[in-house]
Unconditional design. Structure first.
Length: 217
C-alpha cells in the first residue's frame, strides 16, 4: 500500500510540474503578446504628410507612382517598421522587420534597438536618413543572395553607393515582431528577413525606380 501511495505521489508531482511549466510558458507568451500590443497602442504616428510628400516627389522626379517604401527608424527595432505603401489604394500593403546600423556598438547585437545612431560618414557603420531611389538588382553574399543598389538623393545619405549601402536579406533578421527584444544590427544596410526579401524582390522586379524613404519619427 505504501508503495502504491508513493507511486501516486510521484505521478502527481510530475503532472503538477508539467502543468506548471506549461502554465509558465503560456503566461510568458501572453505577456510577450501583451507587451507588443501595449507598445503599439502607444505608437500613434500619422504618416500622412510623408505619403503626400512622397507622392509629389515621385511625380516630380519621374519615379514609380504605384508603390514606395517608408522605413521608420524611430520605431523600436523589435517592431515592423518597413512599410510598402500603395499610392493607388492610399494604404500600407505590407510591413516587414528591418535592421539598422550598429554604429559604435557590436555588430550583430541589439544595443541600439530603441535609439539607432545616424550618420552618412564612411566607416560609421550607421544607417542614413533621407530619400533613396532603388536601382539595379544585384548579387549579395547575404541571405537569399539578392540585393538592390540604393542611390541616396539627399545630403544626409549622399554617400550610400560609395559606402555600399544596399537593400538585402539577412538570416539574423526575424520574420515576426520580437519586441521588447531587438533586431540584430549590421553596418548600415536596411536588411530584411529571407522570407520578406522574396516578397520584396518580386515587388521590385515589376516596379522600377521605387522611392525608399528612411525617416526617424
Amino acid at each position: 500500500m505504501n508503495m502504491v501511495i508513493k507511486n501516486c505521489l510521484i505521478l502527481f508531482c510530475l503532472f503538477g510540474f508539467s502543468c506548471n511549466k506549461e502554465n509558465k510558458t503560456t503566461i510568458s507568451e501572453n505577456k510577450h503578446k501583451s507587451e507588443i500590443a501595449s507598445v503599439k497602442s502607444r505608437i500613434e504616428i500619422n504618416y500622412t504628410d510623408y505619403y503626400k510628400e512622397a507622392k509629389f516627389y515621385c511625380k516630380k522626379n519621374n519615379l514609380n507612382q504605384e508603390k514606395f517604401i517608408l522605413i521608420d527608424l524611430g520605431l523600436h527595432s523589435g517592431l515592423k517598421r518597413f512599410f510598402v505603401y500603395d499610392f493607388k489604394k492610399n494604404e500600407i500593403s505590407k510591413s516587414y522587420m528591418v535592421s539598422h546600423g550598429c554604429g559604435d556598438n557590436q555588430w550583430g547585437k541589439t544595443a541600439s534597438k530603441d535609439k539607432p545612431q545616424i550618420s552618412n560618414e564612411f566607416d560609421s557603420h550607421c544607417s542614413s536618413l533621407g530619400k533613396y531611389v532603388i536601382l539595379d538588382r544585384g548579387v549579395s553574399q547575404w541571405g537569399i543572395k539578392v540585393n538592390y543598389v540604393l542611390q541616396g538623393k539627399e545630403k544626409t545619405n549622399s554617400n550610400a553607393r560609395s559606402r555600399a549601402i544596399v537593400l538585402h536579406s539577412w538570416e539574423a533578421v526575424p520574420d515576426d515582431e520580437v519586441y521588447p527584444y531587438g533586431t540584430p544590427e549590421g553596418w548600415g544596410c536596411p536588411a530584411v528577413s529571407n522570407e520578406s526579401m522574396k516578397e520584396i524582390d518580386a515587388l521590385l522586379k515589376t516596379n522600377k525606380k521605387v522611392l525608399m524613404w528612411i525617416i526617424k519619427s
